[in-house]
Design a protein around this ligand. Sequence first.
Ligand SMILES: [Zn+2]
Ligand SMILES: [Zn+2]
Length: 276
Amino acid sequence: MLAHHPSMARFAEGVHGAWTALQIEHVRRCDFCQRLVALEWNSRHPEVKTLAAYAANPEDFPYAAAMRRHLERDACRRCALLSRSPLVKALAALVRLDKKPLEVIALGLEARLRFQQMAPPQEEVYAYEADGGSSLTLHQGGDDSLLVSANINPMTAPSGRVLLEIIGEHGYRATDLPAYEDSRVCGSVQEARHEFGEHVAMLAASASPESLEELATWMIDPRADLRVAAAQAAGALGAAGATPEIVSRLIELQRDQDERVRKAAAEAVVRCGKVS
Ligand SMILES: [Zn+2]
Ligand SMILES: [Zn+2]
């Protein structure tokens, strides 16, 4: 373990993935650094893949104390809502089985939907997150419409679709967007407020072609647990992961010897918008 804290000047970079294994081991055991990690997450939240890594194995997660502080003491709604996402859960299940994270670009944001009958909204809805050349924006257009734009590098969206999950306090919806489209109307603020509750999180994601190929090989793994998790991940990605190979594997898995695999595959086929 390093005796010294990692460089404070480059601490934020470290939190978001730049630390070496040795530095991570220092932070794991250092209360001071854990508090600084939580502080950093208050300005730039954990990445979706970080939420999945924590969900996969909270005990072994190097910044567990920081994450508990972020979710509980700092009560971050974005991260709490995103942690309920089927995609995050599916990624976590894969990490638990294979220890190798699926390569996804995923962005998440949180917004408060204010709407009062017979009165204009007090403040327009606006939320934005960007990472590595991709961005996700939620904003309010004219006529109370709620507009989403996901600008995800098309090279990493082999199916041409991007997954969009909307997670609210009492509602959930998964849909998909064309990877090339600018902006899509997601109903009105009033409807969304009614369907999801006042606080909503949004997650936009796509998986790289390589990771989808990997997912397809996990679907024919001898371990039934891995086939189940892979089918659930394909289902969570929906149309965004529906390459011809994934879809044909899912159709085969509907005749798998294991009942859990057949069930996960059947649900995934529906989510991919394909009828077998
Ligand atoms: Zn330290
Ligand atoms: Zn957060």
